[in-house]
Design a protein around this ligand. Structure first.
Ligand code: SF4
Length: 345
């Protein structure tokens, strides 16, 4: 691909002078690189910083991660979303202990075979931690390349992604880890997704087609998205004598194994909510108030109506926790936590 060969020369010195000081850039320890890459999937850098530090304080080694209690893992991940990531981290740590003698594998194919690691993450780990000439191609990199080359192939096409990966790997410099991070940094701080590209400070402006021809904002091209499925749910935030009713979600599927407030599908009005709560076995004495919120997953949107109720007694089939216990022990995903945080409004 034309212009790609100019990237290393332009990006490496720029990155040296402009890289952000991030906790996971303090060393190249593979566990640290792996953890940060998994946390950064679908998640903002600013949000990840605190989680990353706390996670490593609690589980400083792959060995500790392999035997970590699931509740602790969920708690450490609480609020980051996409919880399958942390379950796969633990599974992969188990594989590293069992199959690789506790040493993170260095062969790209072995890295790719670990649970939760796709081509992007395998490329990032192999280049940053092991210095291999492997590209890590995500939406950021595809956006930069499509603007640079004014390529209107939809960036969500797997064939285009493979083409970009091969073109980048053909020009990878010896400083492989620096180059991978420089590309990521450019896509995150200069040629970003939801704002006008900052071409005036970009190290590629002298050869970038998008900048030279004023077409940068026409790229990248994406395939039109299918509609996201919308589901309505009614939640019950039930309090009895300072304790709240919670239940564990099933072990499989969306938000597997995490905690939630009791819920039913569909929107209920106040009278319907009282009747449904009675069917659960509660004796609601008072509906305190209701509120509505939504939560968007990749393919589903939940529109939720929550009823805050007091009940006369606890009922079986639920776990009753104090506010303190919820804060300390229960991993409550953001979809439900937003109702929890609003409980005293
Ligand atoms: Fe993006 Fe502008 Fe840099 Fe081109 S010059 S890569 S469009 S920021």
């Amino acid at each position: 691909m034309e212009k790609i060969d100019k990237l290393p020369g332009a990006l490496l010195p720029w990155f040296e002078d402009n890289k952000r000081d991030l906790p996971w850039r303090q060393d190249r320890e593979v566990y640290h690189v792996w953890l940060s890459e998994i946390m950064l999937q679908q998640t903002r850098v600013e949000a990840v910083k605190g989680y990353y530090t706390r996670f490593l304080e609690a589980l400083p080694t792959i060995e500790a991660l392999a035997v970590a209690d699931e509740e602790l893992l969920h708690k450490l991940w609480e609020g980051l979303g996409y919880y399958s990531r942390v379950r796969n981290l633990k599974k992969a740590a188990g594989t590293i202990m069992d199959r690789h003698g506790g040493n993170f594998p260095q062969r790209y194919e072995d890295v790719l075979a670990l649970p939760g690691i796709g081509e992007y993450t395998a490329g990032a780990i192999c280049s940053i931690a092991f210095g291999q000439k492997k590209a890590a191609v995500d939406g950021n990199v595809l956006r930069v390349v499509s603007r640079l080359t004014e390529n209107d192939t939809p960036i969500d096409s797997p064939a285009y992604k493979r083409e970009v990966q091969a073109a980048l790997e053909a020009v990878y410099p010896e400083a492989a880890g620096e180059f991978t991070q420089a590309l990521m940094e450019l896509g995150a701080t200069v040629c970003g997704p939801n704002w006008k590209p900052r071409c005036e400070v970009c190290p590629c402006r002298s050869f970038c087609g998008g900048h030279l021809h004023g077409t940068a904002e026409c790229f990248p091209v994406k395939k039109p998205k299918g509609d996201r499925k919308v589901e309505e749910r009614t939640l019950f935030i039930l309090c009895c004598d300072g304790r709240y009713a919670l239940q564990k979600r099933p072990d499989r599927g969306l938000l597997a194994g995490l905690w939630q407030f009791p819920d039913v599908s569909g929107f209920l009005d106040a009278a319907g909510a009282v009747a449904a709560a009675q069917e659960f076995g509660f004796r609601p004495v008072q509906v305190l108030r209701q509120s509505e919120k939504k939560h968007i997953f990749t393919h589903i949107q939940w529109n939720m109506r929550g009823f805050y109720m007091e009940t006369a007694d606890v009922s079986d089939g639920f776990v009753w926790m104090t506010a303190d216990e919820i804060e300390k022990n229960a991993a409550l995903p953001t979809a439900f936590r937003q109702f929890w945080e609003d409980r005293n409004v």
